[in-house]
Every structure is written in structure tokens, then in C-alpha cells.
Design a protein around this ligand. Structure first.
Ligand SMILES: Cc1ncc(C[n+]2csc(CCOP(=O)(O)OP(=O)(O)O)c2C)c(N)n1
Ligand SMILES: CC(=O)[C@@H](O)[C@H](O)COP(=O)(O)O
Ligand SMILES: [Mg+2]
Length: 637
């Protein structure tokens, strides 16, 4: 491995066992070297930087004090785990982060014994930790279980479910609350206010000041006692009470960058053999790297960057992102209709709700990492006459699924679900793929489902969703850049359940749903060159399907291909159900459904992932040839 930074101490460390006997000064030097290594590595890989920089000292201290991997260390979300990976035998691969065949950008069981539980969706660590703690107790083991959860992630309902259960149990579990007063954007909600009051209360500060003055020149033993008294007072003033009422022993807040404070606290907690403990650690997201510290988002997610200047490499886009098109379209519609409101679950930037909120600050709501609440909150708004657009990535909407069924569809409430990141998303890998929304929403009565094949279609689908006020609507669109085609100035609503034909042929029909349309048109060109006249149609709707169009394609062609950027059980299945119900399959049409394979696909570039998934133009051609029993086309280069 080519060393990019000067890390003489880190070079001697392969696993945490190598740092257990380090002196305090060595631990401090090691933390500095780990920080340099992470900055250098992410400058070439891109990825999540700010969160990891904020937990460098905490990571080194935990692995120094606890006997990992026997002591279980569970990271919430896992985007902050790069320092952890550097210290747990993966430094040699750290520059493969988020690349095809490389390290995952999150913790992953299959990757290391030091990753006892995978993550990426937030707020799971306390629940998982309790599972490990109870298993330990049932086995009669003595290991520690440490869950590290951020101030953003602890706002999600699942964290309260876990604390409610853990707080009432006598299972020894350590929860470290990493409070950096940031989520992806600044944190929102009452919990965030409670935490930020923790160290800033007037009364606490006054008492602290008086105590400090009293013991300023006192001998060390008195100073130490005063320090303990100060810590206890601090905890009593604030959040500590709240957590203690839940059954956790609260310790903190502790400066998460001060190893002289951190290590003794971790050692004490390690040696306590009592019930659940919550250590409130205060850190700074992006700590130790000025460009991150000084940026609004603390370099939460970055592309490759220049280490000296912090300047990120930006590719010049040929087209706006689908997110941008969504935001602009919603703003355009909201200017005409003041009943339109926008909702995000802690992702204003990623969903485009930030732009919407800049124009309509009183009509945009960031509810924190709380997708379940976001959905039913939207339901309440819709039930009382508003037109809520719930902008939640496809993958994160999974967190609010029962709310979609129970609160929205059964009551047939006109909530609009704007599902960004549909399909495969690249570097974030399987945990973030928007693979299942067609299947999990298409099976729900009352739901209308659309997929945008390009940005003009997305703009029309936003208009369609605005116009549909008699039930729930979902529309999906891909991560990243759109196609560059022109967007209508005043997009008109689509006719519900109507698809469109883009290319007429007579032997093969490709019925596409979503942005695979581009590959379908490419495949049609290739098939034509092999003498196979090919029709290409865009379904636009997975529910209700354009049944007339589907039956026409099945009736007038020898081969019918359906294709979607979704799992089995989605658009293709709906087509098969429809054709089988009418008996149209009896006429011998050779129908082949092309979906994502029934596996979780590891990270790579989206193009490579779709190639692996068998959803690119060559794969379409191959499926047609196979259906016709003809020799396959020349193998792709
Ligand atoms: C269920 C879910 N919703 C949204 C996200 C997107 N997300 C990733 S990190 C993050 C913020 C986490 O904030 P915090 O827990 O405070 O960690 P920090 O980045 O501050 O270290 C969000 C919203 C997610 N990973 N999981
Ligand atoms: C860690 C996490 O869940 C988010 O940061 C996510 O990686 C954002 O995804 P996008 O980069 O597609 O917005
Ligand atoms: Mg945070």
C-alpha cells in the first residue's frame, strides 16, 4: 500500500489489540495520524467525511479501552466508520471505499468481525445493541456492548422504541450519544433543543463558573472533586434527567475530542456492571479539517477533493439533476396553488426541499429523521385540505411503510410521495438502492404510481400529482443527472393510466417503466440492425397500468419485454397479472420481464451495477434473442 501521509505510529497498528497498551500521549498521536489518514483517503475516494472526522478520538478511545471485537461496537448509520475501518485491519483497503469490489461505505458484517452489525439506515444501533446484550446475558458472557448513535439519528422513532425497552431492562448496555449538533443539515426538533441546552444553560454555566473560581488555586484532590461535582451538576441540569427518567444512567456531556476526559469515562463505564448507561459525548462534525469545519454541511458527503484547499472536484453536468427538476417543478406548481406543502425527513438538501423551503419557508417542514412520522403527518395535512408532497428517498420510505398502508391508502388520502434515488444508486450500495418501491407500493389499493423516464416526464408527473386530489400518488425518479432534454415551461398533467409509444415496430415490443427507456431505445436500434423491427413504449404508470396499450403490444408482437429499475414483484409482475387475467397470454406471446435480480448488488458505478443486473441495452437484446431461440449476439466487450 502506497503511504500517502506520514503516520509512523499508525503504521505499527494493524488491529485494536496493538493500541491497548499505548500511553495517553501515544493515543493522542495515533488520533492525529488516523485523522490525517482519513482525510487523505477520502480526498481520493470521496464519501462521508465530516461524521468520521468528528469521531476520530472517540473511535481510538473505544478501541483502546474496550476489547473489540469481543466487546461489540455498533455504529449507527455507519457513515462515520472510516476511522474505525482504518484501525480494524482495513487500512490497506481504505482507498477502495465505496468502489466496485472495495470496502463498503458503511459497517458491514460480511466485511469484518469488528462490524458485528451492519448499518446505513439510521437509528438501529440501540436495538441491535440490546440484542447483543441479551444474547450475552443468556450465554452468561461478560462482554460489553457499545452503540454509538448521533444526535440526528436519535430523533428517529426506532431509537425511542429501543430506549424504552433497554431502559426498563437490567441488561448492561452502553449507548454513546455522539452529539455534534448536526444531522446532514442542522438538526431539528425538541430532542435537538434539549441536547443543545445541555451544555449551554445559564444556571449550569453560572454554577460552573463559581466552582471554577473557588478551586482555581486549590490542591489537585479538591480540583478533581470539583470537576466531578461539575460533571454531575451539568448532567442534572439537562438532558441527563430525561435519559435517567428512561432508566439510563446518564454521564456527560463529555468533550469527545479530549482524550484525557474521554478515556477515564469509558474505563469507568466499562468496569461498571450496572444496567444501561448513556454517555453524552459532544463532538464537532468535520473536526480537525478546516474546510470541513467551516462548511455549512461539515463535509457530510464529499466528492474527491484537494487536501490542501479542500476544493471538491465537480464534474460539469450536461443536465440538471432529477432532484433539481423536482424542486423547480414543485416550486412552479406551488406558485399557482397555495395548498401545496413540502415535507422532508432530515434531508432538505438531498430531496430538493431546501430550494422549495427557500421560496416557501412557511410551507416546508423538516421533521427530522422520522419517516414514519413524516408520512402520517402528511396524512393529517391531506385530511384537512392540503396537498402534501412527502419527499423521501425510495429506500428511506421503507421506514414508513405501514404508515403508507394504514394511514394513507386505507383512508385514501391525497398524499404525494416524491421518491428520489429510485433504482440503483452507485457508491452507497445495496442499503440505499431504491429497489422495492414499485413492488411495495404497487400492491396497495388506491395508490397511483408513476416513474419518470426523463426530466420532462418528471415535471409532468409533478403536475399530475398536484392535480390528483382524490387519493395517494407516488412517483419515482433516479439519482443524479437527467438526460438534458427540454422541460416544458408549464407542464400539463398526464392522463392517469395512459402510457405512450415512442417507436413503432412489428416483431418485438419493449415496454419500459422509468429511466431504462434510454437503454430500451438503444436496444431497439441494435435489434433493428439484426432485422428485428422493434416497438418501444413508455408505461409511465405502473398503477393503473395502461391495459389497452399492454394488450396491444402483446397482441401485435411476437416478443414482449417489460423492463424496470425495480425488484421482482413490480411492474413486470403487474403486466403478467393483467395479461393472465384477460387470457391474453394464451395467444403465445413470448413475454420476458426484466427486473433487478433477486440479490443485493454491492456498490459500484450505476452503469456497472445495471450491467451486472442485466438491465442495459445489450442485456435486452440478449433476452430477445433467447426468447426467439436465436444465437446470442456477439459477447459485449
Ligand atoms: C432512516 C434513515 N433516514 C435518513 C438517512 C440519511 N442520513 C444519513 S446520515 C443522516 C444524519 C445523521 O445525523 P447524526 O446521527 O447526527 O450523525 P452525524 O452525521 O451528525 O455524525 C441522515 C439523515 C438514513 N441514513 N437513514
Ligand atoms: C449516509 C446517508 O444515508 C446519506 O448521506 C446518503 O448517503 C445520501 O445519499 P445521496 O448522496 O444520494 O444524497
Ligand atoms: Mg449529528
Amino acid at each position: 500500500m502506497e503511504l500517502m501521509v506520514d503516520t509512523p505510529l499508525l503504521d505499527t497498528v494493524h488491529l485494536p489489540a496493538d493500541i491497548r497498551e499505548f500511553s495517553r500521549d501515544q493515543i493522542k498521536q495515533l488520533a492525529d495520524e488516523v485523522r490525517s489518514e482519513v482525510i487523505d483517503a477520502v480526498s481520493v475516494t470521496g464519501g462521508h467525511l465530516g461524521a468520521g472526522l468528528g469521531v476520530v478520538e472517540l473511535t481510538v478511545a473505544i478501541h483502546h479501552v474496550f476489547n473489540t471485537p469481543d466487546d461489540k461496537l455498533i455504529w449507527d448509520v455507519g457513515h462515520q466508520c472510516y476511522p474505525h475501518k482504518v484501525l480494524t485491519g482495513r487500512r490497506d483497503r481504505i482507498r477502495t471505499l465505496r468502489k466496485g469490489g472495495g470496502l463498503s461505505g458503511f459497517t458491514k458484517r460480511a466485511e469484518s468481525d469488528y462490524d458485528p452489525f451492519g448499518a446505513a439506515h439510521s437509528s438501529t444501533s440501540i436495538s441491535a445493541g440490546m440484542g447483543f446484550a441479551v444474547a450475552r446475558d443468556l450465554d452468561g458472557r461478560e462482554n460489553s456492548v457499545i452503540s454509538v448513535i448521533g444526535d440526528g439519528s436519535i430523533t428517529a422513532g426506532m431509537a425511542y422504541e429501543a430506549m424504552n425497552n433497554a431502559g426498563a431492562s437490567d441488561s448492561r448496555q452502553i449507548v454513546i450519544l455522539n452529539d455534534n449538533d448536526m444531522s446532514i443539515a442542522p438538526p431539528v426538533g425538541a430532542m435537538s433543543h434539549l441536547l443543545s441546552r445541555t451544555v449551554s444553560s445559564g444556571g449550569y454555566q453560572a454554577l460552573r463558573g463559581a466552582a471554577k473560581a473557588l478551586v482555581k488555586d486549590a490542591p489537585r484532590p479538591i480540583k478533581n472533586t470539583a470537576k466531578k461535582a461539575e460533571e454531575y451538576t451539568r448532567g442534572m441540569f439537562m438532558g441527563g434527567t430525561w435519559f435517567e427518567e428512561l432508566g439510563f444512567q446518564y454521564i456527560g456531556p463529555v468533550d469527545g475530542h479530549d482524550l484525557d476526559a474521554l478515556i477515564p469515562v469509558l474505563e469507568n463505564v466499562r468496569d461498571m456492571k450496572t444496567g444501561p448507561v448513556l454517555i453524552h459525548v459532544v463532538t464537532q462534525k468535520g473536526k480537525g479539517y478546516a474546510p470541513a469545519e467551516n462548511s455549512a454541511d461539515k463535509y457530510h458527503g464529499v466528492s474527491k477533493f484537494n487536501v490542501v484547499t479542500g476544493e471538491q472536484s465537480k464534474s460539469i453536468p450536461n443536465a440538471p439533476s432529477y432532484t433539481k427538476v423536482f424542486a423547480n417543478s414543485l416550486i412552479h406548481e406551488a406558485r399557482k396553488d397555495d395548498r401545496i406543502v413540502g415535507i422532508t425527513a432530515a434531508m432538505p438538501g438531498g430531496t430538493g426541499m431546501k430550494e422549495f423551503g427557500q421560496v416557501f419557508p412557511e410551507r416546508m417542514f423538516d421533521v427530522g429523521i422520522a419517516e414514519q412520522h413524516a408520512v402520517t403527518f402528511a396524512g393529517g395535512l391531506a385530511a384537512d385540505g392540503y396537498k402534501p408532497f412527502c419527499a423521501i428517498y425510495s429506500t428511506f420510505l421503507q421506514r414508513g411503510y405501514d404508515q403508507v398502508v394504514h394511514d394513507i391508502c386505507i383512508q385514501n388520502l391525497p398524499v404525494r410521495f416524491a421518491m428520489d434515488r429510485a433504482g440503483l444508486v452507485g457508491a452507497d450500495g445495496p442499503t440505499h438502492a431504491g429497489a422495492f418501491d414499485i413492488a411495495y407500493l404497487g400492491c396497495l389499493p388506491n395508490m397511483v404510481l408513476m416513474a419518470a423516464a426523463d426530466e420532462a416526464e418528471l415535471a409532468r408527473m409533478v403536475a399530475t400529482a398536484v392535480a390528483r386530489d382524490d387519493g395517494p400518488t407516488g412517483f419515482r425518479y433516479a439519482r443524479g443527472e437527467a438526460t438534458g432534454i427540454e422541460i416544458p415551461d408549464d407542464p400539463q398533467p398526464l392522463e392517469i393510466g395512459k402510457g405512450r409509444i415512442l417507436r413503432e415496430g412489428s416483431q418485438v415490443a419493449i415496454f419500459s417503466y422509468g429511466t431504462r427507456l434510454g437503454e430500451a431505445l438503444l436496444a431497439a436500434e441494435k435489434l433493428d440492425s439484426h432485422g428485428l423491427s422493434t416497438t418501444v413504449a413508455d408505461a409511465r404508470f405502473a398503477k393503473p397500468l395502461d391495459s389497452d396499450l399492454l394488450h396491444r403490444l402483446a397482441r401485435e408482437h411476437e416478443v414482449l419485454i417489460t423492463i424496470e429499475e425495480g425488484s421482482v414483484g413490480g411492474f413486470g409482475a403487474f403486466c403478467l397479472h393483467t395479461l393472465s387475467a384477460s387470457g391474453a397470454l394464451d395467444n403465445g406471446v413470448k413475454i420476458r420481464t426484466m427486473t433487478l435480480p433477486d440479490i443485493f448488488i454491492d456498490q459500484d458505478t450505476p452503469e456497472k451495477m445495471y450491467q451486472q443486473a442485466g438491465l442495459d441495452a445489450d442485456a435486452i437484446v440478449e433476452r430477445v434473442f433467447a426468447a426467439l431461440g436465436r444465437a446470442g449476439v456477439e459477447k459485449r466487450a
